[in-house]
Every structure is written in C-alpha cells, then in structure tokens.
Design a protein around this ligand. Structure first.
Ligand SMILES: O=C([O-])CC(=O)C(=O)O
Length: 210
C-alpha cells in the first residue's frame, strides 16, 4: 500500500516567562549575561547585528524550517505575542534570505522585540531604517522558497546553542545569548553581581590611569 509523507508546518505550545523577569535583563550587556552563565550559552559570533546599536531582549519563539525556505517563518506570524524574539534555525544557509523588510515590519507589528536568524537576510537598508533589531549571519538579495515543512515552538539549534520556546534571548552589539527559562531567576541574580564587579574594576582602572 502506498503511503504519503505529508510535510506541513507543525506547532507546539509553550509557557512564556513572566514579563518582569524578561525585562530585568534589558539592564545588562550581553557580555555580562554570558559571564553570569559560566560563559556558556553564547551564540557563535557569526550571528551579529544587522545594524549598529541593535539590541533586544525577549521570550524565544523558535522556528525550524528547511534550508532556504521560510514557510514556517511566515506561519510563525500567527503565534507571535508581544515581547517575543523570533529565533530561526536556518541551518546557516547562505544562498537564500529568510527574512527581509516585510517580515521585519510584520514581526514588529505583532509585538516581537527582535529576530535572531542562523541564516541570511535581505533589505538591510530598510531594516536599518525602521530599526527593527535583527541578528543574522549575513545578507543576500536571493529570496526564500515557501514550500515548508517546518516546526514552530520546539527547541532549535542557533549558532551552536539549544534554544527552547520561552527561553530568554538577549542580543546587542556583541552578539546573542540564550538564557534557559528554568535558570533565568538565578542567572539574573548572578548578572547583577557580575555587573557590580565590572563597575568596580572599571573605576579601579580609571583611578590607576588618571
Ligand atoms: O520573501 C520573503 O518572504 C522575505 C522578504 O523578502 C521580506 O520579508 O521582505
């Protein structure tokens, strides 16, 4: 009997962390947060801000699709809640842009605070102009295919790090860090201490050289 392999975009459900916990990380540079996480959980440096000064913090909405195909990313528009960061595992594929100006505008309109893409984007000039925070591996004018399949809301790999739905994503000029939801409160305590220590060190260096 013939069987049919149906390829669709599947969606899981998840719990988002409390908004106050997510927003508390906005006060800290990503480098400090990384230090508070044993310097692990940091997305590789090949994924960088599309425009200088881009930064965002939010609850991860993970998306997995076929390399060069953004059907799942488009479907994910239906699941964005205010405060989400769209995290796309695009397999680092450099021949197709998974996100451009239109999706960036739609992400923003849906309340997303940013997008992190293990892959490429296009329309860099407009994304820079609208100042929607996007982090990606690079830029290509080649548009994506839209055939699927895909998965929304299940853990993805992003720059060598596992990112689950509802993990906290923090990104700035230095890059991106993934804070596991279950450890977020503990890591917040640690980053407060790291930042205080850093401020002391900076003051000491300033005294030494003035
Ligand atoms: O073609 C697409 O789906 C991606 C794109 O260019 C955009 O978001 O502007």
């Amino acid at each position: 009997m013939a069987t049919t392999l149906e390829l669709t975009v599947r969606t899981a459900s998840w719990t988002r962390p409390p908004r106050e916990l997510v927003r508390a990380f906005e006060a800290f540079p990503v480098a400090n947060i990384g230090d508070a996480m044993e310097r692990l959980g940091i997305v590789d440096g090949g994924i960088s801000p599309v425009w200088e000064g881009a930064r965002c913090v939010g609850s991860a909405l993970p998306v997995l699709g076929a390399a060069g195909d953004n059907a799942a990313v488009i479907e994910a528009l239906n699941y964005i809640q205010p405060g989400d960061v769209v995290v796309i595992n695009g397999f680092g594929h450099e021949h197709r842009a998974l996100v451009g100006e239109q999706l960036s505008q739609r992400f923003e309109a849906a309340g997303a605070t940013g997008a992190v893409i293990d892959g490429y984007i296009r329309d860099r000039a407009t994304i820079t102009e609208i100042k929607f925070p996007v982090f990606a591996r690079g830029v290509t004018p080649a548009g994506p295919f839209k055939n699927g399949p895909g998965v929304i809301g299940e853990p993805v790999a992003i720059g060598g790090i596992v990112c689950s739905a509802g993990d906290i994503v923090a990104a700035d000029d230095d890059g991106v860090v993934i804070i596991p939801q279950a450890r977020a409160a503990e890591i917040l305590e640690r980053v407060i201490a790291v930042a205080a220590h850093e401020a002391e060190m900076t003051a000491e260096i300033t005294r030494e050289y003035s």
